[in-house]
Design a protein around this ligand. Structure first.
Ligand code: RTP
Ligand code: MG
Length: 139
């Protein structure tokens, strides 16, 4: 398994608010190489499957509805220590707790509508990348 990659989505709130360009600039300025990139939209079924790990959580329905409500940007990113370094770059789940200069501090609006997703392990990065991109789409 390739372990220097992570998977991200720019969530519907940040896309709708016009932040795609600024967020991609922050990502590349932080040293991540873009392996794959697309503008797409999750169906309700897609979002349920992607977030199946959270199915028992009270926010699951809201999360699925939000993540399927509009276009997202999906991307695979490459860098040494990608998973952990990317989670540092995006900041805490709740923007109120996110460090200064992080993507969520700058662009998230709430705990639910928090601008970006970042994989939480190498294993999930590989699963989430394969959910969105074929081998031919990974450069
Ligand atoms: P993500 O998976 O999107 O990168 O976020 P995360 O690891 O920081 O947070 P996680 O615990 O995996 O939760 C996934 C997403 O669910 C929404 N959420 N809402 N209302 C709530 O209490 C709540 N808690 C989580 C957020 O959109 C979070 O990013
Ligand atoms: Mg997570």
């Amino acid at each position: 398994m390739i372990t220097n990659r992570t998977f991200t989505m720019i969530k519907p709130d940040a896309v709708a608010n016009g932040h795609i360009g600024n967020i991609l600039a922050m990502i590349t300025n932080a040293g991540f190489r873009i392996v794959s990139l697309k503008l797409t939209q999750l169906t309700v079924t897609d979002a349920q499957a992607f977030y199946a790990v959270h199915a028992a959580r009270p926010f699951y329905g809201e999360l699925v509805e939000f993540m399927s409500c509009g276009p997202i940007v999906a991307a695979i990113l490459e860098k040494e220590n990608a998973v952990l370094d990317f989670r540092t770059l995006i900041g805490a789940t709740n923007p109120a707790d996110a460090a200064e200069g992080t993507i969520r501090k700058l662009y998230a609006t709430s705990m639910g509508e928090n601008a970006v997703h970042g994989s939480d392990s190498d294993e999930n990065a590989a699963i989430e990348s394969a959910f969105h991109f074929s081998g031919r789409e990974q450069f």
